[in-house]
Design a protein around this ligand. Structure first.
Ligand SMILES: *Cc1c(COP(=O)(O)O)cnc(C)c1O
Length: 432
């Protein structure tokens, strides 16, 4: 398969090159030049087998192709179960994506990307340096996936005092090749320091830099896999297509769902659940693309005002009316998030994280007739125990901590504080 820049289809690259670079040289994002039609089916319903079947066409012809089965079995070593909600007549299920080491769906992409980069980098003289600015979940997943890999160093920057206590622990409990910085500033300051480093000649001479956020195609492709597995399972069991409601911020997770449907998987509706950052719902409504600054919400991993993967979505559906035919989008504010966490705990005994609560609320807002006409799947992107300080007061009880997360919570933390100053960050990168 050939990949192309979202800004110029003539600018092509192999998968290996696209993963190694992250961003295309013209500033675009890599997209498949054409989407494959998946044939047949996987050998088993286990994620590594589904991954091998669903991703094989994307890897065909690439030097990573012979490694795909091994990369998939290393990355997909935890499950993504579909769990029914007891809701009476309406068929609704939850796709739980939070059973990985840092209890959010980003573990899938980070672990798969790490497996790909490890092979892409084999034989390189210098270690790679990955810079991650994070508002919470990405940094932890990337640190976990790259920790103690000898070919890479990771610098994680997060805004001091603006991530949850358990997120902070997941960002700082590593040490070795993972360097964590609490920046005295905002998430935007962290991003500015990272972007500045990429355009600093001294830093790029001293280090080979790369990024591990969802602009990298190596993080998006593995996310097709759980949509493939879940939709095949729903079809096998019910004969119907699965319709997904996806908590969305930078639109990486939903992009993978759209690609999975384009590749022929039995997927019906796709609904984007946003928090109070309404750029995408407003675009679908008005037809005007107006990116803005992010606003802080309880679902902080979705606080994105200018989602980067919109460029990929618009490359597929350039006209807003075409996009409206493909997806719906809703915006859910903090009050509605809190009310939904309380209500669904009372009704179903289910405890949502604030991100997943946006999807549960989007489901509740569907007209009754719509709810019954489709087989709905609420995508659960993080475990609520990661956000205990928000969720526990709403439901009035403690949330048991999953084992993998509990193990991280006992490790000693290593972290330095840093002023939001490009010169100081440069010293850290050159001295470390
Ligand atoms: C990152 C994240 C999201 C948003 O995913 P995108 O791919 O950026 O749209 C939603 N929920 C949680 C818990 C996240 O960490």
């Amino acid at each position: 398969m050939i990949f192309a820049s979202s800004r110029n289809v003539e600018r092509t690259a192999t998968l290996t090159t696209a993963i190694g670079r992250g961003l295309a040289p013209d500033g675009g994002l890599y997209i498949p030049q054409s989407l494959p039609r998946l044939q047949g089916g996987p050998d088993s319903t286990l994620l590594p087998a589904v991954a091998h079947w669903a991703l094989e066409p994307f890897f065909s012809g690439d030097q990573l192709h012979p490694e795909l089965a091994q990369i998939a079995s290393e990355a997909f070593n935890f499950p993504a179960p579909l769990v029914a909600l007891e809701s009476g007549r309406e068929p609704v299920e939850v796709l739980e994506l939070f059973h990985g080491p840092t209890a959010a769906f980003k573990d899938f992409g980070a672990r798969f990307l790490s497996g790909c980069l490890e092979r892409v980098r084999a034989g390189s003289q210098r270690p790679l340096t990955i810079l991650v600015a994070t508002s919470g979940d990405t940094g932890g997943a990337v640190a976990a996936a790259f920790h103690r890999r000898p070919w890479v160093e990771v610098f994680v920057l997060f805004p001091l005092g603006q991530v949850s206590p358990r997120q902070q622990q997941q960002l700082t409990c590593w040490g070795d090749n993972v360097h964590s910085y609490a920046v005295r500033g905002s998430f935007d300051d962290c991003q500015r320091l990272v972007k500045g480093a990429f355009s600093d000649a001294d830093i790029t001479a001293a280090r080979e830099l790369s990024s591990a956020n969802s602009i990298n195609i190596g993080r998006l492709l593995p996310q097709l896999v759980y949509y493939a597995a879940a939709s095949l399972q729903v079809q096998e069991r019910t004969g119907r297509k699965a319709s997904f409601i996806v908590p969305s911020g930078n639109l990486g997770n939903v992009m993978a769902c759209v690609w999975a449907r384009e590749a022929g998987l039995p997927i019906g509706r796709i609904v984007l659940a946003h928090n109070a950052n309404r750029t995408v719902p407003d675009y679908l409504q008005t037809g005007q693309w107006q990116p803005r600054s992010s606003v802080a919400t309880l679902a902080s991993a979705m606080d994105v005002g200018d989602p980067s993967n919109m460029e990929r979505l618009r490359a597929l559906y350039p006209q807003v009316h075409a996009l409206r035919d493909q997806v719906q989008a809703v915006s859910v504010d903090d009050d509605a998030i809190c009310a939904r966490i309380r209500a669904d705990y009372a009704t179903w005994g289910r405890v949502w994280c604030p991100h997943t609560a946006t999807a549960a609320e989007a489901y509740a807002r569907l007209p009754q007739q719509e709810r019954e006409a489709h087989h709905w799947v609420i995508v659960a992107t993080a475990h609520p125990a990661k956000f205990s300080e928000i969720v526990e007061p709403l439901i009035g009880r403690e949330i048991p901590v999953p084992e993998a997360l509990a193990a991280l919570l006992t490790l000693p933390a290593h972290c330095r504080q840093l002023d939001a100053d490009a010169g100081l960050f440069k010293q850290e990168l050159i001295a470390a």
